[in-house]
Ligand binder design. Structure first.
Ligand code: SAH
Length: 287
C-alpha cells in the first residue's frame, strides 16, 4: 500500500500526474498517517459495514476504510484525481470511486445499490467550503447509522454545543435532532498539505433510531427553531412574532405560557424538547 501521507510520496504524485491543489474544491490533503488511521478506527467501521466517503483526494482515509469495511464507495468531484486514485487505491477490490458532486448525489439510491446487506456508515475528511450542506444532506437522508467527519474545529463545537452557549445554533439542533454527536479529537493545521488556516476536529454523529422528542410536524419544528435563532438576541416572543405573522403577540404569549415557557426567555437557551413543545402547540392551534 502506497503511503500517500508521506510528503515525499505526495510531492512525487503531484509531479508525476501534474496535479495542483484546488482551493475552490477545498483540497487540504492529510500528511500524517495517524490521522486517517484514527478516524477509521474511531468511526467503528467493520467488515459488516458499507462506508460512503466524500472527497477521497489522494486516498489516505480511503485506504484505511478499505482495510476495515466490507465495501467503500468514495465520491470525488475532481476528475483529475482519477489516475492518482487508480495508483493509490486501485488494489482494493471492495472499493468503488464515483466521480460526482456529493451534493447532487442521490444518497438513498446509492446506499441501496452499493451497500445491500451491509450497515451503511459515512466517513470523510470533508471539503470545508460545503461542510454544513453535506452534513445536512447526510443526516436528512436518514440512511447512515453513523457519520464520522473531520470538519473545522469551530464547526465541530457548533455541532456538539449545549443550549445557552455562543456555539449553540439552528445547525446544532438539526444535528442533535438527527444524531448524538461526540467530539473525538483535534487535528492541527500542520497535518495537511497545503495547511489550512484553522484547527480541525473529528466528530462522530451516531444517528438516532427515534427522534429526541415527540414532534407533530417536523417542518414546523424547524421553522420554529430557525425563527428563534434568526433573532437570537431578542426575546423568544419577539423572535417568533417576527416569523409567525399569522399569530399576534397576545396569542403567542398565551401559547408560550401554556407550554410553561416564559415569553421573555431567549430562544437560544431552549433545548430540543422545549422547541418541540412550542412547535406542537403551534401545530395544534393550526389544527
Ligand atoms: N480525504 C482526503 C482529501 C480531503 S480534501 C484527505 O484527507 O487527504 C477534500 C476532498 O473533497 C478533495 O479531494 C476535493 O476534491 C473533494 N471535494 C470537494 N468538493 C466535493 C464535492 N462537492 N463532492 C465530492 N468531493 C468533493
Amino acid at each position: 500500500m502506497l503511503d500517500v501521507c508521506n510528503p515525499q510520496v505526495m510531492r512525487g504524485l503531484l509531479a508525476e500526474y501534474g496535479f495542483h491543489f484546488s482551493k475552490s474544491k477545498g483540497q487540504n490533503f492529510l500528511t500524517q498517517r495517524w490521522v486517517p488511521q484514527r478516524i477509521a478506527e474511531e468511526s467503528g467501521v467493520e467488515k459488516d459495514c458499507g462506508v460512503l466517503e466524500i472527497g477521497p483526494g489522494f486516498g489516505p482515509l480511503t485506504q484505511e476504510l478499505c482495510l476495515r469495511a466490507g465495501k467503500v464507495a468514495a465520491l470525488e468531484v475532481d476528475h483529475s484525481l482519477k489516475q492518482v486514485l487508480e495508483r493509490t487505491v486501485g488494489e482494493f477490490d471492495n472499493l468503488e470511486v464515483i466521480f460526482c458532486d456529493a451534493l447532487k448525489a442521490d444518497l438513498p439510491a446509492l446506499v441501496a445499490e452499493k451497500f445491500g446487506g451491509l450497515k451503511p456508515m459515512a466517513c470523510a475528511n470533508l471539503p470545508y467550503y460545503i461542510t454544513s450542506p453535506v452534513l445536512t444532506k447526510l443526516l436528512e437522508s436518514r440512511c447512515f447509522s453513523s457519520i464520522t467527519v473531520m470538519v473545522q474545529k469551530e464547526v465541530a463545537q457548533r455541532i456538539c454545543a449545549k443550549p445557552g452557549t455562543a456555539d449553540y445554533s439552528a445547525f446544532t439542533i438539526l444535528c442533535q435532532y438527527h444524531a448524538q454527536p461526540e467530539l473525538l479529537f483535534d487535528v492541527p493545521a500542520n497535518c495537511f498539505m497545503p495547511q489550512p488556516k484553522v484547527t480541525s476536529a473529528v466528530v462522530c454523529l451516531r444517528t438516532r433510531t427515534a427522534p429526541p422528542a415527540e414532534i407533530a410536524d417536523e417542518a414546523l419544528f424547524f421553522r420554529t427553531v430557525r425563527a428563534a435563532f434568526a433573532m437570537r438576541r431578542k426575546t423568544l416572543l419577539n423572535a417568533l412574532s417576527a416569523s409567525f405573522g399569522e399569530m399576534n403577540k397576545a396569542e403567542l404569549t398565551a401559547l408560550l405560557e401554556g407550554c410553561g415557557i416564559a415569553p421573555t426567555v431567549r430562544g437560544e437557551t431552549l433545548g430540543i424538547p422545549e422547541f418541540a413543545e412550542i412547535a406542537n402547540a403551534i401545530a395544534a392551534r393550526k389544527g
